[in-house]
Design a protein around this ligand. Structure first.
Ligand code: ZN
Length: 130
C-alpha cells in the first residue's frame, strides 16, 4: 500500500517536472518568435518615458527661471497648473512645446509671462472684452 502511494506521488512529481520543462520551452519559443517585436516595444516604452522626463524637466526649469509664481495672483502651484501667456499675441510664434530644444523654449518664453491656468483664462477673457 505504501509502495503504491509513493509510486503515485513519484508519477505526479515527474508529471510536474515535465510540465515545467515544457513551459520553459514554450516561453523560449515565444521569445524567439517575437524577439524583434518585444525589444522594439521595450525601446519604444523607454523612449516615451525619457521623452516625458525631458518635457517635465524643461517645463520645471522654465517655471523656476520665471520665478515659480503666477504673475497675477502671486501663488505657487503644481507644475501642470502653469501656463505661459504671450503678452503680445502678434509676437507669438507658437505655444511653447517642452519637447523643443531648450534654446527654442527660452527664445519663445521671452515673449511670455508665467500665469496659473485660472489667471491665464481671466486674462484672455479681459483681452476679448477689450
Ligand atoms: Zn494666478
Amino acid at each position: 500500500m505504501n509502495d503504491m502511494r509513493s509510486d503515485i506521488l513519484k508519477e505526479i512529481q515527474d508529471e510536474k517536472e515535465r510540465e515545467k520543462g515544457l513551459q520553459s520551452i514554450r516561453q523560449a519559443r515565444y521569445y524567439n518568435k517575437n524577439k524583434q517585436r518585444l525589444s522594439v516595444n521595450r525601446d519604444k516604452k523607454a523612449n516615451a518615458l525619457s521623452q516625458r522626463n525631458i518635457v517635465v524637466r524643461n517645463k520645471q526649469q522654465l517655471i523656476d527661471i520665471m520665478g515659480g509664481k503666477c504673475l497675477d495672483c502671486s501663488k505657487s502651484f503644481p507644475i501642470s497648473v502653469y501656463d505661459f501667456h504671450h503678452v503680445n499675441p502678434e509676437e507669438k510664434e507658437s505655444t511653447i512645446r517642452f519637447g523643443w530644444k531648450w534654446e527654442r523654449i527660452l527664445e519663445e518664453s521671452k515673449k511670455c509671462v508665467l500665469l496659473c491656468a485660472n489667471c491665464h483664462r481671466i486674462r484672455h477673457i479681459n483681452n476679448r472684452a477689450a
